[in-house]
Design a protein around this ligand. Structure first.
Ligand code: GLY
Length: 352
């Protein structure tokens, strides 16, 4: 099991991951000092609740099972969840546990930030994408009809515990979704080339030390970035590499056709092509990223022409005063924020 520490403002906690990491839950300070806990899962992850109960110390344990999927990531679900916390009599000494992927983590973290003006939340991510990215760093929130993640808060977890055995039964498409975020971290320089030897992933190699190291490097990279820029006003924006085009692709298809990770992969490839065309990204960097994607077994062509994405980039919260902010790579490990007007971007995308 590996441990990464993260310290931000008035919160310091650990991120633990590995085979058997779940046992660390029993020793987490947010559990040991809780008067009660409430485990929040969805219908896909509720099957892990008995394992979670099995390691919890003797204290009242409540459960809520949510309907799965992004369409339920709404303010109404957060209100329902807070009302369940109230019915169970949770207090400011209680802890909620988010047991699931990014959607469960985002909803539960946000409900924890609102209930009684903030109670503790432990993240138990069950998907690769949540383990490497969304469960870490305290971004919580839900979608509004006007856009994704527009209603939320920064609420740091009190612990993150990633039990790699939960990945055993994760469908291959969900594994690939996580690899999209791992490709992002590779581009940001989070792990050395040699770590690519952990790929392609199989059920066996996913539980290997080599793969545990890849996750560890991604998480450690993110932890350092969040420590420096928790509120996303500087360096943390680099973590959006691939997301501007990726979100546009998701939005264009009403969040139904692609997983977030698939869209991020396509978004990364488009950002590289744009970067090469603008003379920002070295062509050999783009080639290295493509071979890393191939090693990970990722599909890199969405079949959508990049110019079609532009209208769907308008509501992006990264944009300011009509200027689109893109994360680009100069080379691996050297990201930058590039500001471009819509009409300039349109002419770049037209020719791609
Ligand atoms: N997923 C990007 C971030 O947490 O900032």
């Amino acid at each position: 099991m590996k441990t990464v520490r993260i310290a931000v403002r008035n919160n310091e906690h650990t991120i633990k991951f590995g085979i058997g990491a779940l046992y660390a839950l029993a020793e987490a300070p947010a559990i040991l000092s809780a008067d009660a806990v409430c485990v929040v899962a969805d219908t896909n992850t509720a099957r892990f609740i008995p394992q979670v109960r099995g390691v919890l110390p003797a204290l009242p344990v409540y459960e809520v099972t949510l309907a799965p999927g992004e369409t339920h990531k709404t303010p109404e679900t957060v209100v329902e969840l807070c009302r369940a916390f109230a019915r169970y009599g949770l207090t400011r000494e209680s802890t909620v546990i988010a047991l699931g992927g990014g959607v469960v983590g985002d909803i539960t973290g946000f409900a924890a930030s609102c209930y009684m003006r903030g109670i503790r939340c432990v993240q138990l991510p069950t998907t690769l994408i949540a383990m490497t990215d969304s469960a870490v760093g305290g971004k919580t929130g839900v979608d509004l009809p006007e856009g994704k993640n527009l209603f939320g808060a920064f609420h740091q977890p009190s612990a993150v515990i990633a039990e790699l055995r939960f990945l055993d039964t994760l469908p291959e498409r969900e594994i690939k979704a996580g690899l999209g975020e791992i490709l992002k971290y590779y581009g940001l320089g989070a792990f050395p080339n040699a770590s690519l030897d952990a790929f392609p992933l199989t059920q066996t190699s996913m539980l290997s030390d080599a793969f545990e190291s890849v996750i560890s490097d991604c998480v450690a990279y993110k932890a350092r970035v969040v420590e420096e820029d928790e509120l996303d006003v500087g360096k943390r924006r680099f973590l959006n590499f691939g997301h501007s085009f990726g979100h546009a692709l998701e939005k264009m298809h009403n969040f139904k056709t692609y997983t977030h990770g698939e869209a991020v992969t396509f978004g990364i490839i488009i950002a590289l092509r744009v970067g090469v065309k603008l003379g920002i990204t070295a062509p050999d960097t783009s080639d290295s990223m493509l071979s890393a994607a191939a090693k990970m077994g990722l599909v890199t062509d969405s079949g959508v022409s990049p110019a079609e994405l532009l209208p769907h980039m308008r509501g992006d919260k990264k944009n300011v005063r009509g200027i689109i902010r893109l994360v680009m790579l100069r080379q691996i490990g050297e990201p930058l924020i590039y500001e471009i007007t819509e009409s300039e971007l349109n002419s770049v995308l037209e020719g791609l």
